[in-house]
Design a protein around this ligand. Structure first.
Ligand SMILES: *Cc1c(COP(=O)(O)O)cnc(C)c1O
Length: 223
């Protein structure tokens, strides 16, 4: 087996104070998550509702589960009872549904807004303009059962470190803008989630507060 404990500690050693680790455990079995749990890891990221449900049932209660992938609106109800944070919200429709399901469960669900900055074609994430428009519209202020805690993005999957850095700095500067304009008095809005296995060292230089690392800890995923 991959040396999960050693890998976990190597990643943690790379993170400055104030940067937290989401251990991305999708497609890995519960024994492997348990190995990381035993070393003190408490935040895990999953991207499939069914898989997450099984792991949530099998593993200790003090784990904070993050839903890190694209979330379909019709799946929100299944994770709403226990999800700690939904990391990739990219529409008002999804935000409304999270609020509705959180309300039904009598809780507040933390979310991040996902930005689309990378050059790659992907359907997901808000452009900076779309994110500005969503926040300017102000409807989110009325959603009492969601708490917008910050921004999330994935840089382009390229070797060019400078390109990755530019994209992450664009996200970091945008965070500063949004924090000042919309969340100046909101202490909960403080997260910048960027950085994965191949680029988390750059992310910590670009003001990330929450990296999401899978492969470097658990090894390659077998789909
Ligand atoms: C899978 C995934 C990760 C982790 O990717 P690794 O390259 O394995 O570290 C991080 N963020 C998101 C949104 C993912 O889907």
């Amino acid at each position: 087996m991959y040396n999960i404990k050693e890998n976990l500690h190597k990643v943690l050693a790379d993170l400055p104070e104030g940067v937290r680790l989401v251990a991305v455990s999708k497609f890995h079995p519960v024994e492997e998550l348990m190995a990381a749990y035993e070393e003190g890891q408490r935040i895990f990221g999953e991207s499939h509702e069914q898989e997450l449900k099984l792991k949530h049932q099998a593993l200790p209660d003090d784990i904070e589960w993050h839903f890190i992938g694209h979330l379909q609106t019709n799946k929100v109800k299944y994770i709403a009872p226990y999800i700690s944070m939904i990391d990739a919200v990219d529409s008002m429709k999804l935000l409304r549904e999270i609020n509705k399901q959180a309300q039904k469960n009598n809780r507040v669900i933390k979310v991040l807004l996902e930005l689309h900055i990378a050059e790659e074609e992907t359907k997901y994430g808000l452009t900076l303009d779309a994110c500005r428009e969503l926040l300017e519209a102000g409807e989110w202020r009325e959603l009492k059962n969601v708490q917008i805690c910050g921004l999330m993005m994935m840089a382009s999957y390229v070797d060019d470190q400078e390109q990755i850095r530019q994209e992450m700095m664009m996200a970091a500067n945008f965070y500063d803008e949004v924090k000042t304009r919309f969340f100046a008095d909101d202490v909960h809005f403080c997260e910048r989630s960027w950085g994965m296995s191949h680029d988390y060292p750059i992310a910590v230089q670009c003001h990330s507060t929450m990296v999401r690392v899978g492969t470097t800890i658990f090894g390659p995923r077998v789909y």
